[in-house]
Structures are given as structure tokens and as C-alpha cells.
Design a protein around this ligand. Sequence first.
Ligand code: PLP
Length: 493
Amino acid sequence: MLYFSTRNSNAKVTASEAISRGLAPDGGLYVPETLPQLTLDDIKALGKTDYRGRALGIMRLFLDEFEEDELKTMIAKAYGDNFDTPDTAPLHFVDGKTAVLELWHGPTCAFKDMALQMLPHLLTASLKKCGEKRKVCILVATSGDTGKAALEGFADVEDTKILVFYPHNGVSDVQKLQMITQTGNNVSVAAVRGNFDDAQTGVKQIFADKDFAGELSVKGWFLSSANSINWGRLLPQIVYYFSAYCDFANSGRIEYGDALDFVVPTGNFGNILACWYAKNMGLPVGKLICASNQNNVLADFFERGVYDRNRKFYTTISPSMDILVSSNLERLIYSVCKSSDEVSGYMSQLSKTGRYEVSGEIKSVISEYFVGGYCTDEDTKKTIGSVYAENGYLMDTHTAVAYKKLIDYRASEGNSAAAVVVSTASPYKFCDSVLSALGRDNAASGTQLIEMLSEVTGTKVPKPLAGLDRREKRFDLVVDKQDMKAAVADFLK
Ligand SMILES: *Cc1c(COP(=O)(O)O)cnc(C)c1O
């Protein structure tokens, strides 16, 4: 199985090269040359195994350079006791035809763990296969959640180090505590005096600095990112769509072969793209409902075929979806039009004007399978409140955006087909908004809110978030933006 860039289908690379590089040299994203096909019997066989078995069954199809035992070992490390349930990604049935796929049972209580617990193992193995002798140092600029998920993923992974920069005073108390209490001998965290953009620009400048790369190389290091466009982050996400389908069918609420709709709270378009790939591999997916918050650039795209980032940016209560450029959409467009020239054309328009309009053929394919929609903060809160009151199920703000879009879709189509709402974070990650949605506006802050949510709902605080303020605070470095490079040099000394 080979891979090529969405912008040049001629230059093919192996899976390990695609994962080692992240982004293709032409700026495109790596895609597999074909998608493996599964029959209904194959899917039923996956349904008889546990999550690790399902992960092996799917990922081996894309990673034929890896030995089966090698993959098994990586999967056992990625999806083991670090999750608080042996099901790894359990389905919770809200009613007979609606289930929530909980992707937040990992060490940071959010869905990024599904990919970032696996990526470090795939990356280190890929680097070895590519003959890389140097060790890798991961640099991350974070607005909060990705940094912590990357720290957890890389902590104590051999031959790696990771340094995370976050904006000083720009993350929540809980996010900060999560990062500065991170354990592991190869991790570090630094606050940058500035906002998220300053931190991100600083990291980009370090990556672009050829002289610095040369100096580090002499010392046996090279720098990489754990970016969400890396194939090694996307692949593990395909698994849970198969897994959710099997669990739904095993519950007897649908038959193997029946269609199942999926609703996905979307930002960078990685999560829902994995669902699209699963569908194209033979999984009986009905509609893919792409749910956005007030930053509704994707909702407009699915309605009119025009992607236009020239619009106001909103800060919402579902911050992980506050995004105006959804990078992984490029892979969807390639998958539909199969022309790297056409994709290159759209992407160059996007970088020049911030806008592109896809062809009539692309529009007709995507409108057949995708439904877009967006949800305001007010409706997000109402949905948290009403689903909790009526069904006793507590959701976070991102999940509620998706849930609301399912309710709207069913009402507008007069349909009530079986559906899965993809849940991307524990409600405990967004206590402030969740408490307010339950009518408990209050003056508490930080870790107090965690305790309060537990008291109000009678639910248990997830272990990774319990007693955060009592853990050892390991990192207190604060740097100016121009000193970020020196911090990296010092970390790798
Ligand atoms: C990252 C994230 C999303 C968005 O996922 P994409 O793959 O970027 O579309 C949604 N919800 C939460 C909680 C996230 O952390």
C-alpha cells in the first residue's frame, strides 16, 4: 500500500515515509492510493473481537510494511489501561435508535487521545524503517487541549522528547494544571508571554530555521510536529467507526448491513473524514452529518459548494471547533474528484483569496452523502439541558452541537433512522459551560467547578481530572516569544 500527496499523485511513498514526514513536500496531504475493501463478513468478524482486535484488523490493511506482532504491541500500548474502560470507545444508548460514541475515556478525557495515544508508536517505528538515526523532538504550540494530549501520548516513549508551548494566561486553569503536572522523563512545558498566535508563530519560525536544524542534527536531534494532518493521526480514527457500527449491530438494534447515520462535531475535519473513509471501505454508513458551531464555514460549504474563510471569527463555548480553515477537507475533495491538479487549483485559490468553489460533480457527490449544519452557543446549552433532563445523559458542549444537529436533521427529514452522535470530550473538560447549561451559573473557578459538576449531577470525576491541584507542579518556565528557540536548545542540551 503506497501513499501520495493530494497535490501530486505521481510521487508515491510508503506508509512509514508518509507518517515520518507529516506534510508532503508540495504542501499537500498524504492519502492512500486505494482504500481497502471489507465485506459484511469481514465487518462481522471485527464485531467478534475487542477494540484492540478491531484496531489491528483495520490498521494492518494500511500498514503492510509493519509486522503483525509489531502492530499488536503498539496497539496494546495505545489502547490499554491508559483508558478507563476496557471497551476503549464505548457506545452509550440514549434511546433505541440513538447512541453516543464516547471517544473520551483516554488519559486527557478528549477524543484527541484516540489518535495521539497511537501516533508516537507509529512515528517512532516509521522513523526506524526510514533509516532515521537521529531522535525526534516534538514541538507543539497549543491553545490548551492538543498540547496535553500530545504530552500524554509521547510521555516516556523511547527516542523521543516533547516540548509544549502555551500562551501565558491564555489557557484555562484546568488546562494549565493538566500540562504543568505532566509526568514523564522526556517532557517539558513552557508558557509564552503572548497569545496563541504568538506561540504558534514562534514554533513555525523554529521549524523554518535551517541553521538551527543543522545545529540540532549534529547533536543527533531533529524537530517534528504531531500535527492533525499526519496520516498517523487519521488512521487510528477510522477504527472507531467500525467499532461503533459493530457495537450497534451487536446490541440487536440494527442488523449487520443496515445503514447507520453518524453525526460528528467538526473542526479541522479529521474526525468526520475518518468516517468517510470507513464508508468508502464498505462500512454501511448512511448520512454523514457535519456539525459546526457559530464558525459555520463548513455548513456553508456543504450547502453551496463554496468554501469561504473570509468571515468573522467567533470564540464559542465549543472552542476546539473554533476554526476557519479545516485542513483535512482537502483529503475529502481529492477522494471525490481524484485529480491532484484540481485540488492544487482549489488550494491555491484558498491561499490567494481565502475562497474556492468546487465543481458541479463534487457538489453533487458531497450533497448526496453529507449534511452540514451549525449550532449557536444558546442552542448548545439548551441541548445539554434538555437531553440531561429527558434522558439523564450528560454531554459536553462539542457533543451537544452534534446532538442538536441530529435532532434538527430528523425533524426536517421526518426520519428517525438509527444514528450515532460522536462525543469528543468529557463534560468535565468544560465544566463552566456545562454547569451553566444546567442552570448553575456560579462564581466558582478552576478545579472547584469539577467538584461542583460532580455534586450537581451525581457523576464521578474522571480519574485524570480528579485531584489535579494536589499533584506535583513540575514546570514553571515562562519565556518571551523571541526566547522560544533558546528554550528548545536548552531542552535538547
Ligand atoms: C479537536 C476536537 C474537535 C474537532 O475535531 P476535528 O477532527 O478537528 O474535526 C471536536 N471536539 C473536540 C473536543 C476536539 O478536541
